[in-house]
Design a protein around this ligand. Structure first.
Ligand code: IMP
Ligand code: MG
Length: 186
């Protein structure tokens, strides 16, 4: 038995389904950005697996960059524009066609904050591609341009998403067994 198995209640999205959907998203993005300069921005660390597979499905030339942000504790969530960066982008995004690549949108606060910040830097366009959307949990409105999967209100891990920093490497999205693992409040 693999160590992660005791935390897993079910596989929500198996590897093949993930990969097929990512290929479709890559195709859609390639069509939308044909003849345009495309710049992908990934929020560390959860989006990394998705970014690298998505890139291999995008057939138009594109560049990438990374940013990291602090996560606020419960009850201290900030509205758009108040995200605290722990690692900024390397490159300027002014005049560029940016697609923000996210692992999961839950309440929407993280995304709203990051979008608010990026918008102040005057990109030519700013779109969002998220692998997972827990839309039931939304607390602030955010518009999502590309969505891999709508998922139910369950705590998930694998494929970039961690359990206390482990198991990001799993090739599938699994539902956490809440009897064996207590997810963070926020
Ligand atoms: P939001 O600000 O509530 O939308 O939260 C987004 C962030 O919360 C994501 O980038 C993840 O880091 C984390 N998150 C939300 N739901 C899950 C989950 O089910 N598993 C792992 N991380 C999650
Ligand atoms: Mg996280």
């Amino acid at each position: 038995m693999q160590p992660y198995q005791k935390f897993l209640s079910e596989v929500l999205i198996p590897e093949q389904e993930l990969q097929e959907r990512i290929r479709e998203l890559g195709k859609q993005i390639s069509e939308a950005y044909t003849g345009k300069d495309l710049h992908l921005i990934c929020i560390l660390r959860g989006g990394v697996m998705f970014l690298t597979d998505l890139m291999r499905s995008i057939s138009v030339p594109h560049s990438i960059d990374f940013m990291a942000i602090s996560s606020y504790g419960a009850g201290t969530r900030q509205a758009s524009g108040h995200v605290r960066l722990t690692m900024d982008l390397r490159d300027d995004i002014q005049g560029r066609n940016v697609v923000l690549v996210e692992d999961i949108v839950d309440s929407g606060y993280t995304l709203a904050s990051v979008l608010g910040l990026l918008a102040t830097r005057n990109p030519a366009s700013l779109k969002v591609c998220t692998l997972l959307d827990k839309s039931e949990r939304r607390e602030t409105e955010v518009s999502l341009d590309y969505v891999g999967f709508e998922i139910p209100n369950k705590y998930v891990f694998g494929y970039g998403l961690d359990l206390d920093e482990y198991y990001r490497d799993l090739p599938f999205i699994g539902v956490v067994n809440e009897e064996k693992y207590t997810p963070p409040e926020d």
